[in-house]
Design a protein around this ligand. Structure first.
Ligand SMILES: Nc1ncnc2c1ncn2[C@@H]1O[C@H](COP(=O)(O)OP(=O)(O)OP(=O)(O)O)[C@@H](O)[C@H]1O
Ligand SMILES: [Mg+2]
Length: 330
C-alpha cells in the first residue's frame, strides 16, 4: 500500500481567548487515501472547520496557532512550510471548497476570470488557454450553457450555481486532494443532492481524495467511504461507513445516528442528544462526552480515555465500548 495522500497525526490547535490559550482541537489523527472520501462529522463547535483549515494552515494567526502534531501530504510534512510553499500547493495539489461559495469567489471578477486566474497562476498558461480550461471545468460541474455564463459575475448566479462554480474553480488544476467544508449546507435539499451527485461522479472520474466536513450523517452515508466522528475537539470514533452505521462503538455516534431524520421517518423516535457540548475552556475531566452519555459510570468522569485501536481501521474513545451493545442505524 502506498502512503496515503493526507495524514494528520495528533493535531492540536489553540486559540487565544479571554480564557487564555484554549485548545479546541486535541489529538486528532486521520488519513485520506487517493480516491477515498473521509467524512469528518460532529456537532457545531466540535472542531471540524478548525481541523480542515489547519491542513493548509489557514487558521487565523493570531488568535490561532497549531500547537502540535504532524500534517503530511504524500509523505511531506506541511507544518512549517513557508507561505510561498503552501501557496504553491494551494489550489493545485490541494483544493478547498467552503460552505459559503462567496468565501471562495470574489464578487468583483467574472467567474471565468477567477477560474482562469487560478489556472494561470499554477500552470503558467496563456489567458486564452486558461479560458479554455475554465470552460472545461464549468462544463464538468454541469453549469448550463457555460459559454454564455463564463463572463457572468458571482451575484448573477444562483446559490447552487455559485457552489458549482466554486467547485469548478477548486477542480481547475486537477487537485489530488479536495477539502470540502459543508459545501452543500447552504443549499436547498434538491440542489444539495445534485451537488453531492456531482462530487461523487467527479471523484469516480478523477480519483481524487476528499476530506468532507459535515454535520449531516445522511450525507456521510451517501458520499463517504470512512468517517471520523469528532466531539468537543477530539475524535471519538473512526470506522468505515458501513461499520459505523451498523455497529457504532461510541455512545456519541449512537446518539448522532438516532438523531438522523431518516430514522424518524421510518417510525423510530427522533431523539436529539440531550444537553449541549462543553465550552472549550470548560472541558470536563475524563471522557468529554460523559455528562451527556446515557451509559456513563463514575470512572468515565475520572479517567482520561485513550483512543482504542480496534483493528481494520476502526478506533473508538469509549472505555465501555466492548460491553455496550450500541444500536446502529438499521
Ligand atoms: N478565530 C477563533 N477564535 C477563537 N475560537 C475559535 C475561532 N475559530 C474557531 N474557534 C473555536 O474553535 C472551536 C471549533 O470550531 P469549529 O469552527 O472548528 O467548529 P465546527 O465543528 O466546524 O462547527 P460548525 O458545525 O458550527 O461549523 C469552537 O469552540 C470555536 O468557538
Ligand atoms: Mg464548521
Amino acid at each position: 500500500m502506498s502512503a496515503p495522500l493526507l495524514e494528520v497525526e495528533d493535531l492540536a490547535v489553540e486559540f487565544l481567548t479571554d480564557h487564555g490559550w484554549v485548545r479546541v482541537v486535541d489529538g486528532v489523527s486521520f488519513s485520506v487515501g487517493a480516491g477515498e472520501t473521509l467524512g469528518l462529522v460532529g456537532e457545531s463547535g466540535s472542531g471540524k472547520t478548525v481541523t480542515s483549515l489547519s491542513v493548509m494552515q489557514l487558521i487565523p494567526r493570531p488568535p490561532g496557532r497549531i500547537a502540535g502534531g504532524s500534517i503530511r501530504f504524500e509523505g511531506r510534512e506541511l507544518l512549517g512550510l513557508s507561505d510561498q510553499e503552501l501557496e504553491a500547493l494551494r489550489g493545485e495539489a490541494i483544493a478547498m471548497v467552503f460552505q459559503e461559495s462567496m468565501t471562495s469567489l470574489n464578487p468583483a471578477f467574472t467567474i471565468g476570470d477567477q477560474i482562469g486566474e487560478v489556472v494561470r497562476r499554477h500552470r503558467g498558461v496563456s489567458r486564452r488557454e486558461a479560458r479554455v480550461r475554465a470552460l472545461e471545468v464549468l462544463e464538468l460541474v454541469q453549469i448550463p450553457d457555460p459559454e454564455a455564463r463564463i463572463d457572468a459575475y458571482p451575484h448573477e448566479f444562483s446559490g447552487g450555481m455559485r457552489q458549482r462554480a466554486a467547485i469548478a474553480m477548486a477542480l481547475a488544476c486537477d487537485p489530488k486532494l479536495l477539502i470540502a467544508d459543508e459545501p452543500t449546507t447552504a443549499l436547498d435539499v434538491t440542489v444539495q443532492a445534485q451537488v453531492l451527485d456531482l462530487l461523487r461522479s467527479l471523484q469516480q472520474r478523477l480519483g481524487m481524495g476528499i476530506l468532507f466536513v459535515t454535520h449531516n450523517l445522511g450525507v456521510v452515508a451517501d458520499l463517504c467511504d470512512r468517517v471520523t466522528v469528532m466531539y468537543a475537539g477530539r475524535m471519538v470514533e473512526t470506522a468505515n461507513v458501513f461499520d459505523l452505521f451498523e455497529s457504532p462503538q461510541h455512545p456519541y455516534t449512537e446518539g448522532l445516528l438516532q438523531a438522523m431524520p431518516q430514522l424518524g421517518e421510518r417510525g423510530k423516535r427522533l431523539a436529539a442528544i440531550p444537553g449541549t457540548p462543553p465550552m472549550p475552556w470548560q472541558m470536563p475531566d475524563g471522557c468529554r462526552f460523559h455528562p451527556r452519555c446515557p451509559y456513563a459510570e463514575a470512572a468515565c468522569a475520572e479517567q482520561d480515555v485513550k483512543l482504542d485501536d480496534l483493528g481494520e481501521g476502526r478506533s473508538t474513545r469509549c472505555r465501555r465500548h466492548a460491553e455496550l451493545k450500541l444500536e446502529g442505524a438499521e
